[in-house]
Write a protein that binds this ligand. Sequence first.
Ligand code: SAM
Length: 227
Amino acid sequence: MKALVKCVKEVFASFRKRGVWATLQILVPEVLFDWRYGTDTFSLVDSQNLSGFPEDLKQFTAGYQGANSLLFKKTMALVAKKRGKSFQEDTFIDYGCGKGRALLMATDWGFKRIIGVELSDTLCEVAEENKRIFAKKRPHTTPIEVVQCDATQYEVPKDANVFFFFNPFRGQILQTVLEKVAAQAPKGSVFVYLNPTEPEAFEQRGLKKFGQVQLSRANVDALVYSL
Ligand SMILES: C[S@@+](CC[C@H](N)C(=O)[O-])C[C@H]1O[C@@H](n2cnc3c(N)ncnc32)[C@H](O)[C@@H]1O
C-alpha cells in the first residue's frame, strides 16, 4: 500500500515538474516493460522493507525502483555516441541492481559482461527470476551475473569500465563506492548517474562530466562522467 501511495505521489510530482505530456512519455514505457517480457520490475520497495539489509544502511537508500526504459535508452545512446564505438569489449556494472531492470535493458547494448550488485536478498532472488524469464524471450543475449553484496565491499572486476548508478545510495556509502571504483577502474571508464541527487560526489573524485539527459526542460534526469 505504501509503495502504491509513493508511486502515485511520484506521478503527481512529475506532472507538476515536467507537465502531463512529458510524464506520460516516461510512464508508458515504465508500465510496458514488464508487460512485454513478463518480468516483475515495476513495483517499488521502500527502504524500510528491504530484506537482508542491515538497519544502519537503510538510511542511505530510498529503496528499489526500476530505471525508466526511455531514460536508460537515451542515456546509453548518448554514451555510445560520445565514445564512438560499440560496447563489445566492455563490462557493465549496476551498483544496486534491485530487481534487475537496468541489467535486462543493458543486454540491448552488446556488452561483453553485465553484472549487478545488490544487497537485498529478496531483490536478488527477484532479479534471478527476471533473468530466467527474460532469457526465454532473448536466449542469445549477454549472460547476466547478480552478486549479493554491500556495494562498499564489492571488489571491482579488472575489466569493469561502465558503471551505472540509478540513485542507489547516498552520502558516505556513495562516496566510499566512488572512491573505490575511481581508484581501480581503467582510464576512460564511464559513470552513468540517473536521477542525480549528489553529483558533487562524482566531481570530487575527479570525474569529468561529458553529457546529460533531460526528458523535459524542467529537470536533468541523467549525468554521464568519464574517468
Ligand atoms: C533505485 S534502485 C535501482 C535499481 C536498478 N539499478 C535499476 O536501475 O533498475 C536502488 C537499489 O540499490 C540497492 N542498494 C542500496 N544500498 C545498497 C548497498 N549498500 N549495496 C548494494 N545495493 C544497495 C537497493 O536495495 C535498491 O535495490
